[in-house]
Design a protein around this ligand. Structure first.
Ligand code: NAP
Length: 538
């Protein structure tokens, strides 16, 4: 390593940014090519989203059996999940176990944020500068920065005056927060809030929920996994994994038979929906119906079913009405909960509709709406993320000819396959915008991308090629395809984070690829088999 004034330099083959599940597996794979690889990670340990999202009730909504790596038979046989849906601490322990098992930490630089990454076309290397005044030169730069990792910072008038404590669910204190006996407010009713509200309500003296848009939620029906289930899944693991790779949503375990709601009689529809409500989980409820995402009539039926359930569960009719969504079901991500709607029957929980009485300011003592002043000890912001592009654009990324990624993406993200970006050679985005990512089991999406990138770098090295980037025509065609597929679905038109509608000023673009993990996987394979069709390789 060269020392030059305050900046230290290091030359590597590959820099990976992020030590969540994507970065860890990428490091593991690239070691097989005997490359010099290191990860730069802003947190103090591995785990990515599960490192930061420690809010009460944080849990995965993909079943544990499948929300795990498939690449190591020994790992999947040894690790035993305790519940149908794992909680944050168990998933974080798993990430730590993987890091230990494969000795990954020795190549991870923790507490290291990447400030900028710039492609040097003469050297054909990325120059990556960190907050530790270190500059890395690398042939390849791989962004494993996650899709929901850039918090939408609370932007509420008067927040700096608040004399109590405030927290963001996506950056929860590692030592926890003592809510006992406290008067707590939570703003937001998305997945994070739906999971945390029932747990906070149990602990706090009083919980006031400030809701802008009600959300559909399905019971998770979480429970401990039985010995039998564990034995059965382990003995069938290779089949479960293979099936998952070739389904739309990347799930192969407990898959519920696909049906069309509109093919059923009204009684059969209700029976079927009740059965699925009983089994629980958003996958079973929604993805098993092939027409709910595309046919308004089918969607209306499923939506009305959930509305009736909410009205059945929530005792106070006015509260039930405020909690009842009127929009398309599944348009925003469907939540899976444990006692969410039931929690509004508690005496210590109050729901405020901020559409009818908007929050005007945060005050020294709490907050004011247009109707009333409230006092709180703690305010919790469950207000979401700058999804899919936020983490990438928070880094100053410059491609060849001084193109800034922020400039290239000013009208929304553009990429080829959500994997590579024209003008940014030797730069890969794991589960980037334009790939299925958040619309599938992230573990399946991550493994598919990591393996594709691994094969690509291997091929370049074997053929002594130095540079790969997509042709502009391939990128444009892919973006047209991503848009076309999305525009045929009911998800396209609603104001979700999938289209960036939750971030003021963000260009409205449907960011993930909705064509399915199965279809996408095949496309990626065809492209690499066809000599990396659409890529320019030098
Ligand atoms: P989110 O779904 O974007 O929800 C944010 C909530 O905050 C929404 O209710 C939103 O209302 C509200 N909000 C945002 N800005 C506001 C403002 N200025 N004033 C008042 N309300 C405001 O964020 P999230 O709950 O963190 O979830 C994000 C995604 O992370 C999920 O969709 C899911 O993919 C993932 N996640 C998964 C799990 C899991 O695996 N179970 C758990 C948590 C999160 P509007 O709807 O009106 O904008």
């Amino acid at each position: 390593m060269l020392q030059n004034e305050n900046i230290k330099y290091k030359t590597l083959d590959v820099v990976i940014v992020g030590a969540g599940f994507a970065g860890m597996y990428m490091l593991y794979k690239l070691r097989q090519l005997n490359l010099d690889v290191e990860i730069l990670e802003r947190a103090s340990d591995v785990g990515g989203t599960w490192y930061w999202n420690r809010y009460p009730g944080a849990r995965c909504d993909i079943e544990s059996i499948e929300y795990s790596y498939s690449f190591s038979e020994e790992l999947q046989q040894d690790w035993v999940w305790s519940n149908r849906y794992s909680d944050q601490s168990e998933i974080l322990s798993y990430a730590g176990h993987v890091a230990d098992r494969f000795d990954l930490r020795k190549d991870i630089n923790f507490d290291t944020s990447v400030k900028s990454a710039k492609y040097n076309s003469d050297l054909k290397k990325w120059e990556i500068i960190t907050n530790c005044n270190k500059k890395y030169f690398a042939n390849f730069c791989i962004m494993a920065t996650g899709t929901l990792s850039s918090i939408k910072e609370p932007d509420f008038n008067g927040l700096n005056k608040f004399e109590g404590d405030w927290y963001v669910t996506g950056r929860w204190p590692h030592d926890g927060v003592d809510l006992k006996g406290k008067n707590v407010a939570i703003i937001g009713t998305g997945s994070s809030a739906v999971q945390s509200i029932p747990v906070i309500a149990e602990e706090a003296k009083k919980l006031t929920v400030f809701q802008r848009t009600p959300n559909y939620s399905i019971p998770a029906n979480n429970r401990p996994l039985s010995k039998d289930e564990i034995i059965k899944s382990k003995s069938n693991y290779s089949k479960i994994r293979e099936k998952a790779r070739y389904t739309r949503a990347g799930v192969g375990y407990n898959q519920y038979p696909e049906k069309k709601i509109l093919d059923l009689t009204e009684d059969e529809r209700i029976e079927e929906l009740n059965k699925r409500w009983g089994i629980g989980g958003q996958e079973v409820f929604l993805s098993g119906f092939t027409d709910v995402g595309s046919e308004q009539e089918a969607n209306d039926f499923a939506a009305e079913f959930v509305r009736l359930k909410i009205r059945e569960i929530v005792k106070d009719p006015r509260t039930a009405e405020i909690l009842t969504p009127q929009n398309t079901i599944g348009c925003k991500r469907l939540c899976a909960d444990t006692n969410y709607f039931e929690t509004y029957n508690r005496e210590n929980v109050e729901l405020i509709d901020i559409n009818s009485s908007p929050i005007t300011t945060i005050t020294q003592e709490g907050l004011s709406t247009s109707e009333k002043n409230y006092n709180f000890d703690i305010i919790i912001f469950a207000t979401g993320f700058d999804a899919m592009t936020g983490a990438l654009l928070s880094i100053d990324i410059t491609g060849k000819d001084n193109i800034k990624l922020s400039n290239k993406w000013k009208d929304g993200p553009r990429s080829y396959l959500g994997l590579c970006i024209q003008g940014f050679p030797n730069f890969f985005t794991i589960t980037g915008p334009g790939s299925p990512s958040v619309l599938t089991n992230m573990m399946v999406a991550i493994e598919q991308h990591v393996e594709w990138i691994y094969e690509c770098i291997k091929k370049l090295n074997i053929s002594n090629k130095k540079e790969i980037e997509p042709a502009i025509s391939a990128e444009n065609n892919w973006m047209d395809h991503v848009e076309e597929v999305a525009s045929n679905t009911l998800r396209y038109s609603c104001n979700s984070w999938y289209v960036g509608a939750n971030v003021p000023g963000k260009k409205r673009v449907f960011m993930p690829y909705i064509g399915g993990q199965d279809v996408y996987r095949k496309k990626c394979k065809d492209i690499s088999n066809n000599d990396y069709e659409g890529f320019i390789i030098n």
